[in-house]
Design a protein around this ligand. Structure first.
Ligand code: AMP
Length: 474
């Protein structure tokens, strides 16, 4: 298995720290709103990574944090006159529902507010090792002058004005410009007891009573506190969207390597390129986003997964109606084949499946999870199977073998739907006939068939994955 490591900027063979065990952590959402399809790109991709590594025989321990305490949550809850912790709880639930609806079942979700003890422990370790200092009335900060390797992941040491994720902790008493907050102090009001913790919710700002003072975790610390608790100070794979390389992941390295003195904190760093909308990163702050919740009302999960996996994870992916239509057409092709395979006559002669889909698929995924190349293999397979089915050179045994190949692929990519729009057989025959004319570049005949199809109440559009058939709305 080869993957691209952001730390070394090269493709490397995966060699886990311990035998066949892989510990993987991916930055999860800040739960103050529904997640958008850009977030889902990252989550669907790592779902495939986890599933495929398991298939390759690795024992994968996959964790994703949930940021359920953060400035944005507090602000949004205040705007809605709600308690921030309750607000976060509600959106955490909606997030998990979206994940389930997208067929993502590989990570264990770990919320920050359930790991305050680990956060405090790590900040104390940083204080003891003289990496952290206090700014009275504000918080505990990391002193960047104490960590000479700062910048080794991103090649950067400073924030840029146009950074998409610019949650900079500003205070003119900071020792160095880039110092970031580890523990944010909050003024104490009325105290509450919740579970083992004393909690304060005055002014809508939750705070925990700890030896560091009343407060809440800084942005970067929850991830390393969580991973140190579950994995120890070093582990195998850390993933996220590319916006997190700097400053977030750089800060994570800084914190964990300083707290434990062990390096490297993480062996392989993997980053997903942006899903973009009208040439800009899709993001909540830009307001150019479409939520997964909305999209799931219009498209089956397989279409969304197909779309998200149709581009290489290290390349930007454009969000458009056209791209979603193409995905829909792709799913129709796959489903048509599965239907044909299910309906094959029992007593037919058995031909063999001439195309080794599984091998071609594995070759693509073992090379840095090249999903578009894997899709190429799937569509080559569909083409060849359709030819063999038309010429009756495949029988029941061959069909079973082909179905098994598709179900293997589906167990990793999740792109084969259980149900499909019922298309009358007469129309299916016309679509296939038209497809043949198109292949022969006989556009006059193919246009005639298009009109016939339209007269029967269906629209047909051509995409890179073949034709997309939709029922005309009456
Ligand atoms: P957030 O809730 O903004 O912290 O984002 C949650 C996850 O989604 C992080 O791993 C981000 O890097 C990732 N992410 C955010 N926006 C995009 C995007 N437009 N394309 C791909 N991944 C994204």
């Amino acid at each position: 298995m080869i993957i691209h490591n952001t730390l070394t900027k090269t493709k490397e063979k995966i060699v886990p720290r311990e035998n066949k065990k892989i510990q993987m952590f991916v930055c999860g959402p800040t739960v103050y709103d529904y997640i958008h399809i850009g977030n889902a790109r990252t989550f669907v991709f790592f779902d495939v990574v986890a599933k495929y590594l398991k298939y390759r025989g690795y024992q994968v321990d996959y964790i994703q944090n949930i940021t359920d305490i953060d400035d944005k949550i507090i602000q949004r809850a205040k705007e809605n006159k709600k308690d921030p912790l309750m607000w976060a709880k509600e959106y955490r639930q909606k997030f998990e529902e979206d994940m389930k609806a997208l067929g993502i079942d590989s990570p264990k979700y770990v919320p920050a507010t359930e790991h305050i003890g680990q956060v405090v422990k790590q900040v104390k370790a940083l204080i003891d090792r003289k990496h952290a200092y206090l700014i009275e009335g504000d918080g505990w900060y990391f002193d960047l002058s104490t960590f000479k390797d700062y910048g080794k992941l991103s090649g950067r040491k400073a924030q840029m004005a146009d950074d998409a994720v610019s949650r900079i902790d500003e205070n003119d008493k900071k020792r160095n410009k880039g110092d970031f907050c580890l523990w944010k102090l909050v003024k104490v009001g009325k105290e509450l007891e919740i579970g083992n913790w004393k909690l304060e919710i005055a002014d809508g700002e939750p705070a925990w009573a700890t030896p560091l003072g009343w407060g809440r975790p800084g942005w970067h610390i929850e991830d390393t506190a969580i991973t140190e608790h579950y994995f120890g100070p070093q582990y195998d794979i850390h993933g996220g969207g590319q916006d997190l390389i700097f400053p977030h992941h750089e800060a994570e390295i800084t914190q964990q390597e300083s707290a434990s003195g062990k390096k490297p904190f993480v062996k392989y760093w993997m980053h997903v390129a942006f899903l973009i909308n009208k040439e800009e990163k899709m993001s909540k702050s830009k307001g150019n986003f479409t939520t997964v919740h909305e999209l799931l009302k219009q498209y089956p999960k397989e279409v969304l997964r197909f779309y998200l996996l149709s581009g290489h994870y290290r390349q930007p992916l454009e969000f458009s109606d056209k791209a979603l239509k193409q995905a829909r057409a792709g799913i129709q092709r796959i489903k048509e084949l599965t239907k044909k395979l299910e309906n094959i006559e029992r007593n037919k002669n058995d031909g063999i499946v001439a195309y080794a889909l599984r091998e071609a698929f594995d070759e693509a995924l073992t090379d840095d999870f090249n999903t578009p190349k894997a899709f190429g293999a799937i569509f080559e397979f569909i083409k060849r199977m359709n030819t063999d089915l038309t010429s009756d050179s495949i029988g029941q045994k061959g069909a079973e073998e082909a179905s098994q190949m598709l179900s293997y692929i589906n167990s990793i990519l999740g792109i084969v739907p259980d149900t499909q729009d019922e298309i009358p057989p007469a129309i299916e025959v016309l679509v296939e006939k038209r497809e043949k004319f198109r292949e022969e570049k006989n556009f006059k005949e193919s246009d005639k068939i298009r009109t016939q199809i339209q007269n029967l109440g269906y629209e047909i559009e051509d995409t890179i994955y073949g034709s997309l058939l939709t029922k005309k709305s009456s």
